[in-house]
Design a protein around this ligand. Structure first.
Ligand code: PRX
Length: 645
């Protein structure tokens, strides 16, 4: 499928929130305006007051220390995010409230109250301490969407171990690279995970990764499925045994506000994935405030974010932000189309989900599957819908609003990134009318601008680069082990401001539409992939001499992966084998949708590949633009005549 997806235009009719929603909203238009204005002219006062709503073991000396581009927030303060997410809720009398309601793909259901979750997290914290994990160590998690994923993250946070969650869909070598890069001695995994009715052998992958990651010493293995994964004596322990043997008494460590909370690897336009580092205090305050205001959380909500904990959305808006607000969180293990495309709507009806946060790619899949699936279920419990991960095309927005939201639920389109830690742009649901396809206004403390490559402002209505001019509490602090890369990548491209790769424009109302990446990063089904990573996977195959990867528009996935490959002399093309190879090296999410076996790539005389032309070929478009800089323009004609495989 290569259908072009429609993008937001200026004339989308705004959709106002229903009056009863607006009347009960956590943030009204006036409140937003006042809070935003204060966050700009008195950021220290604004953030200090917000942070004081949470527990600090010791107060900070200064709210912000900005030595551009390095920020420290709540300097000298001591706190613990797991304490704020759990102990604090129990102390507030919310011990019996549901914290996590979990549904397995096979129909298993488990519920944890705040008191029960706290007990599990305390045991898990002690289990980690018993393994010799100390504050500052990195612990890698390679887990399915099961409650133990949240428990393990919170247990790490409780003792000051820095977690590195690796998405369960990543390959053995991607996992091994991340374990090794983070110098992680301990891995927490599961025997297996249910996905579309079959078992994904996570422990088998973990064993293979361990063989490639000499730093790894110990493994904790959650028994999710049948518990018959082979265990290595002296290295592997079952999670349930470790927790049973551990005490349920544990005091959360009072950590420095800048203590590293987690590393999360994400793709960039060059090189290997980078470990984005988030710290404790600022991330906590950022996710706490955005969750409450963007999702308008109320006591009786059942909130469901369908992301995986392996991505930033899962970190900030399944685990930390909602629990910091005492919310009841639904968590689902499996695929949206198992046993059929009604699974989400079945879950929504049975559990009474009120707030749903999902991705445009899922919404487009539901649209294609047809209105019959949601029509089979009563979705009247829903009151607010959210979207994240990629631009949402207006058609999908309207379908989501009408068919899932019954026309009565505001839709919040939230723009942010792994690096930003929390939501940066959106249209607060009860405060402003939403414009389909347009994320909207800046969140508190966020100072966006649309600029040229030189950093000059672009007039309203025109496209440019989206930058952030002031530091914000939940911003990334560095790239793990490579601060120079942090400075260069995020603050060096456009001097003095944060730029992480998106193009955008702003309209006369100040609403910002994010149009997508302007660098060599693809967004495939909401997953970020660097073209260079896929290229280096391809050239790692014995038959490949050279490879260039670009994206092409895809009706469902947003973007599809297209590879142009030059073979080594004497090798024959085997596209199926190349796809398997990319899956083995990175993961199935990076598998090329189309492969062109080429005899040459369009290069300038200095040897630079002109990807612009490759994108045109990949999209089946006529070649347009100046081809005179190419060393051999006839390459393009030959490519255009090459069939995709
Ligand atoms: O291109 C933007 C797109 O996703 C990128 C960030 O990807 P990642 O770090 O994996 O985080 C995804 C979840 C926060 C951005 O650079 N993106 C994310 N949300 C939106 C979006 N593009 C347009 N509109 C959005 N709402």
């Amino acid at each position: 499928m290569t259908g072009k997806i429609e993008h937001a235009s200026h004339d989308e009719a705004p959709v106002a929130p229903p009056t009863d929603f607006a009347a009960r909203a956590n943030v009204t238009e006036q409140q937003y305006r006042d809070m935003y204005a204060r966050s700009m002219h008195d950021p220290e006062g604004f953030w200090g007051d917000t942070a004081r709503e949470l527990h600090w073991h010791a107060p900070w000396d200064r709210v912000l220390d900005w030595q551009s581009p390095h920020a420290q927030w709540f300097v000298g303060g001591r706190t613990n995010i797991a304490y704020n997410a759990l102990d604090r809720q129990v102390q507030r009398g919310l011990g019996d409230r549901r914290a996590i309601v979990w549904e397995g793909e096979n129909g298993d259901i488990r519920t944890y109250t705040y008191a029960e979750l706290l007990e599990q997290v305390k045991r898990a914290a002690n289990a980690l301490l018993n393994l010799g994990v100390v504050s500052g160590d990195r612990v890698t998690l390679y887990l399915p969407m099961i409650p133990e994923a949240a428990i393990a993250m919170l247990a790490c946070a409780r003792i000051g171990a820095t977690h590195s969650v690796v998405f369960g869909g990543f390959s053995v070598s991607a996992l091994a690279d991340r374990i090794q890069n983070a110098q992680s001695r301990v891995l927490i995994t599961a025997d297996a995970s249910y996905r579309r009715g079959t078992l994904v052998p996570l422990k088998g992958n973990a064993d293979a990764a361990a063989a490639q990651a000499p730093v790894l010493e110990r493994m904790l293995v959650v028994c999710r499925a049948d518990c018959d994964a082979p265990m290595q004596e002296g290295r592997d322990t079952y999670w349930h045994d470790a927790l049973a043997a551990a005490s349920s008494d544990h005091d959360a460590a009072p950590l420095d506000s800048e203590h590293p909370l987690f590393v999360l690897y994400t793709s960039g336009s060059t090189g290997k994935p980078k470990g984005v580092v988030h710290t404790t205090g600022g991330y906590m305050v950022g996710t706490y405030l955005t969750t409450r205001t963007v999702f308008d959380l109320k006591e009786d909500d059942l909130y469901w974010c369908t992301a995986d904990v392996g991505w930033i959305t899962g970190h900030s808006y399944i685990v930390y932000g909602p629990l910091l607000n005492g919310a009841s969180v639904l968590m689902y293990e499996g695929a949206p189309n198992h046993p059929d495309w009604a699974r989400f709507w079945d879950i929504t009806e049975r559990h009474g989900v009120t707030v749903l946060y999902t991705a445009p790619t899922a919404i487009r899949s539901f649209m294609r599957a047809g209105d019959d699936f949601p029509a089979r279920h009563d979705l009247s419990s829903l009151r607010l819908l959210g979207s994240v991960g990629e631009p949402i095309n207006p058609e999908a927005w309207r379908w989501y609003h009408r068919v899932i939201g019954g026309g009565r639920c505001p839709v919040v389109d939230t723009w942010w990134q792994t690096e930003t830690g929390s939501i940066m742009l959106t249209t607060l649901p009860g405060a402003f009318p939403a414009k389909p396809g347009t994320a909207g206004l800046p969140m508190f403390g966020v100072d966006p601008a649309i600029v040229t490559r030189e950093g000059d402002d672009v007039p309203d209505g025109e496209g440019g680069l989206l930058v952030i001019r002031k530091p914000w509490p939940s911003m990334l602090r560095t790239v793990y082990g490579d601060d120079e890369r942090y400075v260069r990548t995020y603050w060096g491209e456009i001097p003095g401001v944060y730029f992480a790769g998106d193009g955008a424009r702003r309209d006369a109302d100040g609403y910002i539409t994010v149009m997508g990446r302007v660098d060599d990063v693809l967004n495939v089904s909401g997953h970020r992939l660097g073209t260079s990573e896929i290229e280096s996977a391809l050239v790692g195959h014995a038959s490949v001499a050279e490879a260039a990867v670009v994206g092409r528009p895809d009706e469902v996935k947003g973007e599809g992966v297209v590879a142009f490959v030059l073979l080594q002399n004497g090798h024959t093309a085997d596209p199926a084998e190349l796809r398997r190879h990319v899956s083995r090296v990175i993961g199935a999410l990076a598998r090329p949708d189309a492969i062109y076996i080429a005899d040459a790539l369009p290069k300038t005389r200095s040897g630079k590949i002109m990807r612009r032309f490759l994108r045109q070929v990949a999209a089946g478009q006529e070649i347009s633009g100046d081809t005179s800089t190419l060393e051999d323009p006839s390459v393009l004609d030959r490519l255009a005549a090459t069939p995709a495989q």
